[in-house]
Design a protein around this ligand. Structure first.
Ligand SMILES: Nc1nc2c(ncn2[C@@H]2O[C@H](COP(=O)(O)OP(=O)(O)O)[C@@H](O)[C@H]2O)c(=O)[nH]1
Ligand SMILES: [Mg+2]
Length: 282
């Protein structure tokens, strides 16, 4: 063998006796391995450093989960929270009057359960956020469509980009087959186009229910939001000059049945778009 060279032996699985031996300089071999793994290594290192910076300052994180009869989903969501990675944490389940075992499951798994005083998803988010003490407030659905294990990555992106709000974007990430019905996909796309145009922003997933806010921004939103709904929070965040960024996430089919009517939500969003565009013209 030549000095500083490595013997590489290639064998075809069905015929082990047919093998090819080549000599490659060790330095070349090391260089090619380094080049191949370097980009992935740098990404992992970056995420790790962001997380270390984050845990050094020890932020307190509040996770707010709206639920309405999500016995199966809430178990899955609470069991998937990366508690150790996130450090100081409070988990608030804001319940809209569940009659199944949601409340019992949530309590058994260590969450604080708040019974919302007024009806509706948006109202639940606002009530949960009011109660939250964290420096960062995470909003995530209780039906298993989002994976809490993506929270550290989202926080990393948020802190490295010094953003006030990060939206988990399904369109930058992966949508599992059957997770979003076609009618909703079309509606989301059209309304996203309209809102982006109206606010002169570029956000791919305005209707994602997976978001993280800095405390300051969510407090301002609470005081200025015109309607208790997640899309009107975008208008409000924008008016407060909050920096909004997105992080790619995976979207899974929900566990259990949907509680919100597509048509109803569609009309409410349209009404808000009209209202905001009229206010903008004035
Ligand atoms: N607290 C509360 N949670 C709600 C209400 N409506 C829906 N949710 C929860 O909000 C999340 C999103 O609702 P979902 O029915 O999945 O709506 P979809 O994702 O638009 O189909 C789920 O965790 C629901 O259980 C409500 O009126 N109050
Ligand atoms: Mg859902």
């Amino acid at each position: 063998m030549v000095r500083n060279c490595r013997d590489l032996k290639f064998t075809l699985a069905p015929w082990p006796e047919l093998s090819l031996k080549v000599q490659i300089p060790s330095s070349l071999l090391i260089l090619s391995i380094v080049c191949f793994h370097l980009p992935q290594f740098l990404i992992e290192l970056f995420n790790l450093l962001s997380l270390i910076c984050l845990s050094e300052t020890r932020p307190h994180i509040s996770i707010v989960i709206p639920t309405l009869n999500e016995e199966t989903g809430i178990r899955e969501v609470l069991q998937s929270i990366p508690y150790r990675e996130l450090g100081q944490l409070e988990v608030l389940v804001v319940d809209g009057g569940s009659t199944d075992g949601t409340i019992e499951v949530a309590k058994a798994l260590g969450a604080t359960v708040i019974s919302q005083s007024q009806k509706g998803y948006g109202q639940a988010i606002l009530e949960g956020a009011k109660y939250a003490k964290g420096d960062f407030v995470v909003i995530i659905d209780g039906d298993g469509v989002y994976d809490p294990r993506e929270i550290p990555k989202m926080l990393g992106i948020m802190t490295s980009q010094k953003a006030d709000m990060v939206i988990g974007s399904r369109y930058l990430g992966v949508i599992e087959p059957g997770a979003v019905p076609l009618i909703r996909q079309i509606g989301y796309r059209l309304m996203t186009l309209a809102i982006n145009f109206l606010l002169n922003i570029k956000i791919t997933d305005l209707f994602s229910g997976f978001r993280i806010f800095r405390k300051d921004l969510i407090r301002k939103i609470q005081n200025t939001v015109t309607e208790p709904a997640q899309y009107s929070m975008i208008f409000s965040a924008h008016k407060q000059n909050g920096k909004i960024v997105e992080a790619p996430i995976t979207f899974y089919p929900r566990l259990g049945k949907s509680k919100m009517s597509t048509v109803d939500s569609g009309f409410r969003i349209l009404r808000l778009i009209l209202k905001e565009s009229l206010v903008g013209i004035k």
